[in-house]
Ligand binder design. Structure first.
Ligand code: GDD
Ligand code: MN
Length: 420
């Protein structure tokens, strides 16, 4: 028996964050699925991500339905994707479905975050064109019609922008303006292709053709889903429409410092994945992002080692050997902690008892020691055997040993194979 309450709730897609080329089985639309069920595509699906937007949702759905009933009668759907809001937004939205037959509601209980909410919505959507709009009326609904026109005129992506003619922000503080522009500038440096292709890459108000993003696994962090769409999608033609970012009347913005951190993280991930290294890594199935983190940790270890050597040797006047051993071991501790908490975080979380941690630390020590021996051997071969310059030989030896250390740690210590 289907629970009446649950009947109109959309099923939450799971697995990869990947939009299918064609709409999937109607089970996602809340009714018992028949394998033979065909899902007919419709023209347009608009995702409304919500978190504690109880007081905005009715007005939002009302305005959007009024607009879309005129231009796309019964050829559109509105999908509220709510992350189990404590204020019960999902229930408020569900209560509106009788009045608004094109409204569907998804309640996510096991996943959180704006970007993934949007993609989960797209995964369940039936539209050939999919889009997203904030639920808090800061994105004026009327602009939607212009965005739809741009898509009909051939654009793969239509973005509502604060930075083209007709666009702006109503009354942002100087600080917020500065941060917003600063974030954009930083993005331009890290990911010029993506950031320079639109005037407002931070926009959370845009439409995109399904075919431009279908079949590609998306992997966003944080808020800025548009970066992901441009970075990984197959977007030929982009159009922009100006809009004024309205003030929020009710509810609260969820933006905190965390979003800035996520943004940086997202930029670097896209950078690595879309660069030559990333392509090479995918070809050989090499975990490039992880390796780059590992190499950074190695670099930090070098600084720790040098600094402590100076401290023990020059300041505390320990003997050179004793100073070097102490500095070396403390650098190993430093590297272990960073690798455990950052490079291999996902894997160490799954084996987090103190005993398992200690075991990893001891193994890490042994691997480092073997690495050191390997390095000295290599250095000798390169320097004495091949007569390379001593510093070049040292550099090459370090590079090889870093790769070796990484591989052994991945396979034997953090054990990516066993945990999958
Ligand atoms: N499902 C879900 N899960 N929705 C969320 C979450 C979440 O974790 N966090 C925020 N939302 C919803 C909010 O309810 C709102 O509808 C929308 O996402 C935007 O959140 P705000 O907190 O209102 O963001 P803002 O006003 O600072 O807007 C900024 O981000 C927007 C979205 O990317 C600006 O950069 C806008 O230009 C941008 O459109
Ligand atoms: Mn907002």
């Amino acid at each position: 028996m289907i629970n009446i309450q649950q009947k109109h709730l959309l099923q939450v897609p799971s697995g990869l964050l990947q939009v299918p080329r064609l709409p999937q089985s109607s089970s996602t639309h809340g009714y018992a699925a028949q394998p033979s069920d065909l899902v007919f595509p419709i023209h347009f699906s608009l995702i409304i991500p919500t978190f504690n937007e109880r007081d905005n949702i009715e007005k939002m759905v009302g305005q959007l339905s009024q607009l879309l009933d005129e231009v796309l009668p019964n050829d559109y759907e509105l999908l509220v994707v709510d992350d189990n809001s404590p204020d019960l937004t999902w229930q408020y939205a569900q209560d509106l479905t009788d009045q608004y037959p094109n409204l569907l509601v998804m309640r996510r209980q096991h996943e959180r975050g704006l970007s993934t909410a949007v993609i989960r919505g797209w995964q369940a959507a039936r539209g050939e064109v999919v889009g997203v709009i904030d639920a808090d009326l800061q994105h004026p609904p009327a602009v939607l019609l212009q965005l739809l026109e741009k898509i009909d005129a051939g654009a793969d992506l239509a973005v509502a922008s604060r930075h083209v003619e007709g666009g702006g922000v109503s009354s942002w503080s100087a600080t917020r303006r500065f941060l917003s522009r600063g974030a954009q500038l930083l993005g331009l440096m890290i990911l010029p292709r993506v950031l320079s292709s639109v005037s407002d890459p931070m926009s959370g108000y845009f439409l995109v053709k399904r075919k431009a993003i279908a079949g590609v696994p998306l992997n966003p962090v944080g808020y800025k889903i548009l970066l992901e769409v441009i970075g990984r999608g197959d977007i030929q033609q982009i159009a922009e429409v100006g809009y004024v970012f309205q003030e929020r009347e009710v509810g609260e913005s969820k933006v905190t410092w965390r979003q800035y951190k996520d943004y940086l993280h997202h930029l670097t991930r896209l950078r690595i994945d879309s660069g030559r290294l990333g392509r090479w890594g995918r070809k050989f199935n090499f975990p490039m992002g992880r390796f780059i983190r590992f190499a950074f940790v190695g670099l930090s270890g070098l600084l720790v080692d040098m600094g402590l050597l100076y401290f023990f040797y020059e300041i505390l006047s320990f003997g050179l050997t004793r100073s070097a051993i102490l500095a070396g071991e403390l650098a190993i501790v430093n590297n272990f902690l960073w690798n455990d908490r950052w490079t291999f975080k996902d894997l160490s979380k799954k084996q987090s008892s103190p005993r398992q941690q200690l075991k990893r630390f001891l193994k890490f020590n042994i691997i480092c020691l073997m690495g050191l021996i390997l390095k000295i051997l290599l250095l000798n071969v390169l320097f004495n055997g091949l007569h390379l310059n001593a510093y070049l030989a040292n550099f090459l030896a370090i590079a090889v040993v870093t790769a070796w250390n990484f591989w052994i740690n991945l396979r034997l210590n953090w054990r990516v194979t066993q945990i999958g």
